[in-house]
Design a protein around this ligand. Structure first.
Ligand SMILES: *Cc1c(COP(=O)(O)O)cnc(C)c1O
Length: 384
């Protein structure tokens, strides 16, 4: 029996930083400030230094980060917000919470990210529905930043705001600019499986706008003024636990080297798989945080089946675009629908990806994939 391959190897990482984590957790248990303890402020400072954003507001999850941003921008009834249909549900679910309406738009085939050429159609759809096109939530799917120069320009021309949902891309960059500074507001998630994950739920918002930052700091602690018993706006409970901040401080020590390891592993996959399936492409000037390494193949289902037999885990992100999901199918979508997203949902497969994946395992994965493809190309030996 060959050893099972983990889809994401959190244990290998944990072993590497165990001493640091032990020390930091011991500090927390000693001072006992489990809510908004000193590690929270320290982490926010470190994250700002890492990505260049003037303000980091840590919070309870990537979903709450989006909600904080929307509340800070006063998004509400009558507002339509353009979101890519090919994303995790959290990107859209926060909109009905503030009485806004998601308008789903298609992705670009090469990048899996929101297609800027569909934005105008989305704006028209919103207007026809009697809504005000208020903003765009772009998603950096699988780790690659969306086309922010185009999106920011379109938003400015139409008087809209842009939020970058960078739950999968923290650590990546576009040109010289890090994720966190590519849009006026950026949100991320520290869910354990994300490139920078904690040991529970967590998230953050990044912005250079001091007024928005102050409002989000208030919103996350019940709309506090002087303190949490002085309530100046309707807020929520959206704080990051001190324990999770301590863990993130340890993980941040090795994060840059992990991002570099992921890039090397993606390159190895490119070389091994480039002739077998469509491998992910980065736009000029972009790096990726490689939250996922996602290939595109007409033989996706056969590959997935044979992977399962060979003990190779794989995941379909995403089986259904949001505009086809039960909860979202009555919301508007742009223009003639979202054909690229629909094709993607039938063709994509995400392979094991983490900074501790070794070349031998990647070769094992590639060998199984090559077998499937060659059997699919010879109908007589077709796998059922
Ligand atoms: C994971 C994820 C979120 C939500 O993050 P949570 O911390 O799980 O709430 C939002 N958007 C995208 C694109 C994600 O991948």
């Amino acid at each position: 029996m060959s050893t099972p391959i983990p889809f994401i190897d959190i244990k290998a990482q944990q072993a590497r930083i165990q001493t640091s984590i032990d020390r930091r957790l011991n500090d927390v248990f000693t001072h006992g400030k489990y809510i908004m303890g000193p590690e929270v402020a320290e982490l926010e400072k470190e994250l700002s230094a890492f990505c260049g954003a003037a303000h980091t507001i840590s919070c309870s999850s990537g979903t709450d980060a989006l909600l904080l941003a929307l509340k800070a921008l006063d998004v509400g009834a009558g507002d339509a917000v353009l979101v890519p249909t090919f994303t995790f549900a959290a990107t859209a679910e926060v909109l009905p919470w503030v009485n806004a309406v998601p308008v789903f738009i298609d992705i670009a085939a090469g990048s899996f990210n929101i297609d800027p050429t569909s934005v105008e159609a989305g704006i028209e759809t919103a207007k026809k529905a009697g809504l005000r096109p208020a903003g765009i939530i772009a998603v950096d799917l699988f780790g690659q930043p969306a086309d922010y120069p185009a999106l920011n320009a379109l938003a400015e021309a139409h008087g809209m705001w842009v939020i970058a949902d960078a739950a999968q891309s923290f650590g990546a960059q576009q040109g010289e600019t890090m994720v966190g500074k590519l849009a006026p507001i950026t949100t991320t998630s520290f869910f354990p499986a994300k490139p920078l994950g904690c040991f529970g739920d967590g998230g953050a918002v990044f912005t250079d706008d001091e007024a928005l930052a102050a409002k989000m700091r208030s919103l996350r602690v019940h709309g506090k003024g002087q303190d949490k018993y002085d309530n100046v706006i309707i807020g929520m409970n959206a704080r990051l636990d001190t324990i999770q901040a301590a863990i993130l401080l340890s993980k941040l020590e090795i994060f840059q080297s992990e991002i570099e390891a992921r890039a090397r592993i993606a390159e190895t996959y490119d070389e091994l798989l480039g002739d077998l399936v469509t491998v992910p492409r980065l736009k000029d000037g972009n790096t990726s945080a490689w939250a996922q390494y996602t290939v595109w193949s007409e033989h996706r289902d056969a590959i997935r089946e044979h992977f399962a037999e060979a003990g190779i885990p794989s995941v379909i992100y995403y089986v259904k675009p949001l505009h086809q999901q039960t909860a979202y199918r009555d919301y508007p979508f742009a223009g003639n629908g979202c054909p690229v997203a629909e094709a993607a949902s039938e063709s994509v497969l995400s392979l094991p990806m983490h900074p501790y994946l070794d070349p031998q395992t990647q070769e094992r994965i590639a060998a199984v994939l090559a077998e499937v493809i060659s059997s699919q190309r010879e109908p007589r030996r077709a796998v059922s």
